[in-house]
Write a protein that binds this ligand. Structure first.
Ligand SMILES: C[S@@+](CC[C@H](N)C(=O)[O-])C[C@H]1O[C@@H](n2cnc3c(N)ncnc32)[C@H](O)[C@@H]1O
Length: 269
């Protein structure tokens, strides 16, 4: 099975549960405002990696690209004169050079393997952006000082984690840190969850999380996908000379410090 087909089945399963997915896996109002301010009054053409509806309504023209039909059907808010979606692969963008003023992505790099596919994406974005074009990426970054999966699960049972999705990301980053690998099989997050927190009723009572939210971890069980969680310093080390960091901004919601929006400028000299 190719990587693309595997991603399709993983995202097809998640698309069915999308209404239960929340911040920080989806952008909240604070994130959207940071994107909006970073874009400024830009009326240019934006390339949206993925079909994140919260990022599909900025001033200007938006062209989204996603390879998963189930996700497009489930969450894309529809085409009109200023907005359209293309089915395709971010790593082989079907666009001419120097076509876009900005590229936006919410959490999408987590699905790419590090460092090879990050480098492939950066090369594609540098090609399709105009000189001086901006890239705004909300990233999911591991803390420089990793925590253990046992610590995360103890925090959950102590009622110290407000949202299940923040827990899920902390657990995933902890499993990656313990494995000493930026790229981790998504199924290993499920395995750690089952091993450390086998009693969902007890977890729900201790944490206050709804059973339906906890069930959003179920598609991870048989997922053939990998997620990547570099630290900010590892991310910076992967940036090519053509992409210059200009800002790293995050909100104040739970786990926001691990979900910053990084603004890059494309240099073509
Ligand atoms: C944008 S990301 C993360 C979800 C995001 N936080 C949100 O709220 O929309 C998810 C999307 O990336 C898409 N995707 C992942 N890798 C891709 C690739 N190489 N090419 C095109 N689409 C890809 C998946 O199909 C999925 O719809």
């Amino acid at each position: 099975m190719t990587v693309t087909l595997m991603q399709k089945s993983h995202w097809g399963d998640l698309a069915a549960k999308w209404s239960r997915i929340g911040s920080p896996l989806r952008p909240c109002g604070e994130d959207v405002e940071i994107f909006r301010q970073a874009l400024g009054p830009d009326n240019g053409t934006h390339l949206l990696l993925g079909v994140t509806p919260e990022l599909a309504a900025f001033a200007g023209r938006t062209i989204a690209i996603d390879h998963n039909a189930a996700m497009i059907d489930a969450i894309w808010p529809g085409n009109h004169a200023q907005r359209s979606v293309v089915r395709g692969n971010w790593l082989n963008l079907p666009f001419a050079p120097d076509q876009f003023d900005t590229a936006l992505c919410d959490g999408g790099l987590t699905q790419l393997s590090c460092p090879t596919q990050y480098a492939d994406l950066f090369a594609q974005l540098a090609r399709v952006l105009k000189p001086g074009g901006r890239i705004l990426l909300r990233l999911f970054l591991s803390p420089e000082q990793g925590e253990t999966s046992t610590e995360v699960c103890s925090d959950a049972l102590a009622g110290n984690i407000r949202g299940f999705h923040a827990f899920k990301w902390r657990l995933a980053m902890a499993v990656a840190a313990e494995a000493g690998n930026i790229n981790l099989p998504v199924s290993s997050v499920y395995a750690a969850f089952e091993r450390l927190l086998p009693d969902r009723a007890r977890l729900a009572a201790a944490s206050g999380w709804a059973a339906e939210d906890i069930a959003t971890i179920d598609p991870y069980r048989d997922s053939p996908m990998h997620y990547s969680y570099p630290t900010l310093s590892q991310f910076r080390a992967m940036l090519p000379h053509k992409l210059k960091e200009i800002a790293v901004i995050h909100g104040r919601y739970e786990l926001a410090e691990r979900c910053p929006i990084v603004a890059l400028e494309c240099r073509k000299e």
